[in-house]
Design a protein around this ligand. Structure first.
Ligand code: SF4
Length: 368
């Protein structure tokens, strides 16, 4: 079906139309001003889960701090996570760091230029590899991110959710890609999706592909792409402790390297079990995780946060350290630090709200 529709597409015309539109209307983005594969790789990874306007200041800050693969490889992981702090999906930062170290030690400091090799590196899938190789080396490697899927589904009037048509969509992306100007073509496609063929109200009147677009011909441009039925996300209730000792220090722990938010610091706590109150949960979790007993005091803040596959509600209490030697039983490391020292550690976004609440709420008034 897609194959026969593809054969009917005026491929050469589509390439020319897109390129001339891009030359007039393409976005002027910082990573478009370079062919440096390192800078382009950083931008591609940052853009995987994050919007352009959020990425731009992080991109500049990152390159100012780590201007080369070698400088990134040599940095301590905590410094890398700190610069990434606030961008979310921290596995991306850990993967950049690990890959930089691999490039320095195994690839003579040179960024790999073979698609197959790039695909073996952590955090680099086919779209990211295609984006890097086309932008940095002008290689004819296709891309298929969310924006591109939407455009192609509409262009071809594909009447199933994009997830069910991935091989066909790759086939369309491969066929359309301009072998003479792959860098410009892929960037133009991304811009078309971001500025014209937008999710809700595509601006078809300004689209260079309007005469060839099947969705437009069939008046389906706002109906496509078709969506999958949404499954409600699981919701976890978490009890969290801000534990104070007599010296006015707070106990924080570092999450295990592997897994969600690995390598970041947090206030200790855990999942509330059935029939358990929040103070009971906090007391039990702190005993299990750190081997100490505490008094659970006043409520500090409740924070709601959504991750990709679940939501959490963190209910945070001030707590007083009573006895026992804190041990890193279910975490990598623990430290007693002052309120002022919190800034030196990378924390997940949900914990930033706790830090802000701590700063505006004097602990002595909140502890029993
Ligand atoms: S004509 Fe409309 S629906 Fe079709 S590709 Fe262009 S913006 Fe998207």
């Amino acid at each position: 079906m897609v194959k026969s529709k593809l054969e009917q597409l005026p491929i050469a015309e589509l390439r020319v139309l897109l390129r001339s539109w891009y030359q007039q209307a393409g976005r002027d983005l910082p990573w478009r001003q370079t062919f440096d594969p390192y800078a382009i790789w950083v931008s591609e990874i940052m853009l995987q889960q994050t919007q352009v306007k959020t990425v731009i200041p992080y991109y500049y800050r990152w390159l100012a701090k780590f201007p080369s693969i070698a400088s990134l490889a040599a940095a301590p992981q905590q410094e890398v996570l700190k610069v990434w702090q606030g961008l979310g999906y921290y596995a991306r930062a850990r993967n950049l760091h690990r890959t930089a170290q691999w490039i320095v030690s195994q690839s003579d400091g040179q960024f790999p230029q073979q698609l197959e090799q790039l695909l073996t590196l952590p955090g680099i899938g086919r779209t990211t590899a295609g984006g890097i190789l086309s932008a940095a080396f002008n290689q004819p490697t296709p891309i298929l991110d969310g924006n591109v899927k939407r455009i192609l589904v509409r262009l071809m009037a594909i009447l199933v959710p994009p997830k069910q048509a991935i091989p066909q969509l790759w086939q369309v992306s491969v066929t359309l890609l301009d072998p003479e100007y792959p860098r410009e073509f892929n960037q133009a496609l991304m811009d078309l999706g971001a500025t014209i063929c937008t999710p809700k109200q595509p601006n078809c009147d300004r689209c260079p592909w309007i005469t060839c677009c099947q969705a437009n011909h069939l008046h389906l441009q706002t109906t496509l792409p078709m969506t999958e039925p949404r499954v409600p996300l699981p919701h976890k209730q978490i009890g969290v402790a801000v534990i104070w000792n007599d010296q006015g220090q707070i106990l924080i722990d570092k999450r295990p390297e592997e897994g969600l938010l690995g390598g970041l610091w947090e206030f200790p706590g855990g999942k509330v079990e059935a029939q358990e109150s929040i103070p009971e949960c906090i007391q039990r979790e702190i005993q299990e995780e750190l081997g100490i007993s505490i008094d659970v005091g006043n409520h500090l803040i409740t924070v709601n946060h959504a991750y990709t596959h679940f939501k959490v509600t963190l209910t945070v209490h001030h707590c007083r350290y009573l006895q026992g030697e804190p041990q890193a039983i279910e975490c990598d490391e623990i430290r007693w630090i002052t309120l002022d020292e919190l800034d030196q550690y990378p924390f997940p976004k949900a914990n930033q709200d706790i830090i802000a609440a701590l700063r505006s709420s004097p602990p002595a008034l909140n502890l029993d």
